[in-house]
Design a protein around this ligand. Structure first.
Ligand code: GLP
Length: 259
């Protein structure tokens, strides 16, 4: 696990964008696993800039998003399909057929989960998975639980998650109570993982993820076992980790890189 420590959100976005840039340059038909939330917005802005400057071509790129709220139409401004279109896809030359997101309107949970797992399988798996992290350690919408999940499943959202995401809705009652998410096993199968985090409100969970026990109660902690994971986070998010100094756990192979 490599931990890149940046000064602020902007630098975090720049460093993480560079990792994605390198992936697309070296393999233009990569399968990128994409995330939503506030954290990746700076990255998506940078990718749009690279495209507009003629530095990146997205025409062969394929994407698979981590998750989607159940019950929201794609046209709903709070849906992740809408988010991806507005914040990235409509600004670059990606082919719509090459973008994949769970279908939150499919009420047949079993068929939707199978369909999405099959989609990822047909793509040949994920080359680089971008992740944010929830305050409770969730990745995608894999909430803390008693065991790590496998493939795509429908999840009941934790109260903490509903509270954290209410800022995107008119009221807390409008936040969907469940979502489809890629499973932990699928995420761990990605060739590379880049997890981003910014701000002091993530400091506790970043510490638990990097230096705590590997447990499904902190789903992101499983990333300690992945062979190629880069954590790109700002000083505020890494505040507690940085305080450990030389006492950082050796099994995480942490190399702090200050930018
Ligand atoms: C949501 C998403 C996650 C994301 C998390 C953190 O719950 N499903 O994929 O990582 O929010 O969001 P933010 O980056 O806004 O803190």
């Amino acid at each position: 696990m490599k931990v890149y420590c940046t000064k602020n959100y902007e630098e975090m976005s720049r460093k993480a964008s560079n990792l994605i840039f390198a992936q697309i340059i070296s393999k233009p038909d990569s399968v990128l696993g994409l995330a939503t939330g506030s954290s990746p917005l700076g990255i998506y802005d940078n990718l749009i800039k690279y495209y507009k400057n003629g530095d990146l071509d997205f025409s062969a790129l394929k994407t698979a998003n981590l998750d989607e709220y159940c019950g929201l139409e794609k046209s709903s401004p709070q849906s992740y399909a809408y988010f991806m279109y507005e914040k990235l896809f409509k600004h670059i030359n990606i082919q719509t057929d090459n973008t994949n997101i769970p279908d939150g309107t499919n009420q047949n949970t079993e068929s939707e989960c199978l369909r999405y797992d099959q989609t990822i399988y047909n793509l040949g798996g994920i080359d680089l998975q971008l992740l944010g992290i929830g305050h409770n350690g969730h990745i995608g919408f894999n909430e803390p639980s008693e065991s790590f999940t496998h493939g795509t499943h429908c999840v009941k959202l934790a109260e903490k998650t509903i509270n954290a995401n209410k800022r995107f809705f008119d009221s807390i009652d409008d936040v969907p109570k469940s979502a489809y998410t890629m499973g932990i096993h699928t995420i761990m199968n990605a060739q590379k993982i880049v997890l981003i985090a910014s701000g002091s409100e993530k400091a506790d969970i970043m510490y638990e993820m990097i230096a705590g026990d590997i447990t499904p109660k902190v789903p992101a902690s499983i990333l300690q076992l992945h062979k190629d994971v880069s954590i790109v986070a700002d000083e505020a998010a890494l505040e507690k980790v940085l305080k450990m100094g030389d006492n950082l756990p050796f099994w995480c192979e942490i190399s702090l890189q200050f930018l």
